[in-house]
Design a binder for this molecule. Structure first.
Ligand SMILES: Cc1cc2nc3c(=O)[nH]c(=O)nc-3n(C[C@H](O)[C@H](O)[C@H](O)COP(=O)(O)OP(=O)(O)OC[C@H]3O[C@@H](n4cnc5c(N)ncnc54)[C@H](O)[C@@H]3O)c2cc1C
Ligand SMILES: O=C(O)[C@@H]1CCCC=N1
Length: 391
């Protein structure tokens, strides 16, 4: 057999140049680690989870651990803006509407108060004065997280990748990883090369399990296609950033249904993004064959009831994917058998805002450091009854 050429040794190889892999690679390079970032598609691309113009950023979480991570993530986004010299965040506020006496909404209110997050609690009588052109459902309460806003996602991803390269990091795009050989030095084979790393970070989004198979591990991840819907304003500007319209989340619109969320019209003038926080299962490489529109039916009913200034038929539908864990919490952990393989996965449709802090935490794991936040909610061990390991 012909000897295969094995390329130079990196301190760390990161697989996947979505927001999590790119932020991790940047943190590693900033810490003087010789780092290679591998991406299967030619960049930029729209086949994973990090593309598109906008994402919501907020501290509005029920769980203390997410709020604590978001405190630092906001600081790191601001630092990225300074380093890159581009605007990545626009403050709009976030309106949260939810069953006033429901468990989720009550927990959210309590967490906001406990963490002293600047919040306006809206009484029913004053709701339409503060938020015109929105119908608050009977039985719903409302609050505004005043520092929440919009992240410019595509711009942020490009900025982080640029900063990574400016620290000496190497990006090889259009190179699909086809094999991983664990060991003291991990060997990573792509369709056009072989690389070695002292550590490996797998941040492959919807393809996480495809790659983890090479390491004998499978996680309970469900990949779903999201129909990203934009809706036309009857009167252009009604729900726009220019009119200070906030992002919003409606929690549990109906029993058994997932949240619905929206962002003010901005990237496509006259169109507001309103989406359902779940989709139908898909294979990541077969996304466009998944044509279920049940989520769009739910959105049409919601827009008709709640947002009377929008035409209740989506004007633009784009596609994206979530990789969802059973508890909707992330996976941030070392591989159970190979301590130098680090996994960032299962971001469950809410990971973008955490990109910089996740990058910091995964890089700390890859460098063998103690992570600066408690990662116990994100351990693989919590899936013990689900995880299928062939090791
Ligand atoms: C419609 C939508 C709306 C969202 N809204 C929000 C929001 O408002 N706020 C928020 O915080 N989050 C939001 N999210 C979630 C957030 O965008 C994701 O959690 C985040 O982008 C996940 O990033 P990732 O890097 O894990 O995955 P990806 O972006 O999918 O990156 C993984 C990368 O790995 C590459 N890869 C996979 N396999 C290989 C291989 N074999 N070789 C080389 N490369 C490989 C892929 O090509 C891909 O580029 C939203 C997501 C969607 C889809
Ligand atoms: O993560 C977010 O903030 C958005 C909006 C709520 C549902 C999922 N993504």
């Amino acid at each position: 057999m012909a000897a295969q050429y094995v390329g130079s040794l990196y301190d760390c190889i990161v697989i996947g140049a979505g927001i999590q892999g790119s932020c991790t690679a940047y943190q590693l390079a900033k810490n003087k680690q010789k780092t290679l970032l591998l991406e299967q598609f030619v960049l930029p691309h729209s086949r994973g989870s990090s593309h598109g113009q906008t994402r919501v950023i907020r501290k509005t979480y029920e769980e203390d651990f997410y709020v604590q991570m978001m405190h630092e993530s906001y600081e790191l986004w601001a630092q990225l803006e300074r380093e890159a010299g581009v605007e990545l965040y626009r403050r709009t506020g976030l309106l949260v509407m939810g069953p006033e006496n429901g468990e989720g909404f009550s927990r959210l209110k309590a967490t906001m108060q406990r963490h002293k997050i600047p919040t306006v609690f809206l009484e029913k009588q004053e709701f339409s004065q503060h938020i015109p052109n929105v119908n608050l459902a009977d039985g719903n309460g409302a609050l505004i997280d005043t520092f929440a806003g919009v992240l410019y996602a595509d711009r942020a991803l490009r900025a982080v990748q640029r900063l990574f390269q400016s620290c000496g990091g190497v990006i090889k795009d259009g190179e699909k990883v086809i094999d991983i050989r664990p060991g003291a030095e991990v060997t990573v084979t792509t369709d056009s090369g072989v690389y070695r790393g002292r550590s490996l970070v797998i941040t492959a989004g919807p393809w996480a399990n495809t790659l983890l198979r090479h390491t004998g591990l499978q996680l309970p991840l469900k990949v779903v296609k999201i129909n990203v819907c934009y809706w036309k304003e009857e009167i252009p500007g009604t729900y726009s950033v220019g009119q200070s319209f906030p992002c919003f989340i409606e929690m549990e619109p109906k029993e058994g249904e997932y949240d619905i969320y929206g962002l003010p019209s901005n990237e496509y003038p006259g169109l507001m993004k309103v989406c359902y926080h779940m989709g139908s299962e898909t294979e990541p490489d077969e996304r466009d064959k998944q044509t279920d529109r049940g989520d769009i039916d739910i959105l049409v009913r919601f827009v008709t009831r709640c947002l009377p200034g929008l035409v209740p038929v989506p004007a633009v539908v784009e596609s994206c994917m979530y990789t969802v864990t059973p508890d909707h919490n992330f996976v941030l952990d070392s591989h159970p058998t190979y301590g130098n393989i680090i996994i960032g996965a299962g971001f469950s449709g809410h990971g973008f805002k955490f990109g910089p802090i996740i990058g910091k935490l995964l890089s700390q794991l890859a460098m063998g450091q103690v992570p600066s936040h408690d990662l116990s909610p994100f351990r693989i061990q919590r899936f013990q009854s689900h995880a299928r390991s062939s090791l």
